[in-house]
Design a protein around this ligand. Sequence first.
Ligand SMILES: [Mg+2]
Length: 253
Amino acid sequence: MKKNNFYTLFTALLFSVALPTSVSAKNQPDCSIQQYQMALKYQQGSPEIQALQQQSYALATLRIQQYLAQHPHPEKPLAVVTDLDETVLDNSALLARDTLACHDWSSWDTWSAWEKGGTPTLIAGSLDFFNFLNDQGIKIFYISDRSDENKNATLATLKQLKLPQVNADQVLLLGPKKPQRRDSVTAQGYQTIMLLGDSLPDFSSDFNSKQTKAEGLAAVEKNKAHFGTDWIVLPNASYGSWHKNTLKTWQTP
Ligand SMILES: [Mg+2]
């Protein structure tokens, strides 16, 4: 056992014996941010999330194959628009580091350094899907709210992960809001046949981070024909505008 570990164990034993539980608890640092751990354990490579990610990309591939079979001679060049973070890129290592250091990252004050020097990994199934689109001659637009100021770093990250069609014209960062960037793809003459994202504003201006839960649910109902057809949603339990929702409890009779 290393010396540091010995002293840590000794101190822990001393406190557990010498102090009543209530005092011991009082001495713990206030770290409510550690409540985020539960979601991060799920998000960071749990078999269940990997299965859901594979399932999402398998469905996306099937829908594109069906579209191409039904439209063998499309009038316009075809495009697919995808979000990046938690859709193509797994950033959970940053969130885990901050959470375990008791740092509340939800103001995103550590994000810019991550964009510049971070090492995100690929969401399961994503690389095969984008290579499939590339093989089919479909244009890929990566539309993300990563900072335009760090665009060169994001381009380098995407290239290092070997994603296809990574260039300044097809990676559209903030900047203009997402609906405007999606419209710019149409304005260039492309027909967008699929959108992918982990957050509903990735799909339509019917969704925004300021709307109430009821408004968001109504917008999902209005757009339900898109989900699993030409809109593919990736699971992200680690952050989202839903964090402000209150929990509904069972009212015992
Ligand atoms: Mg995202």
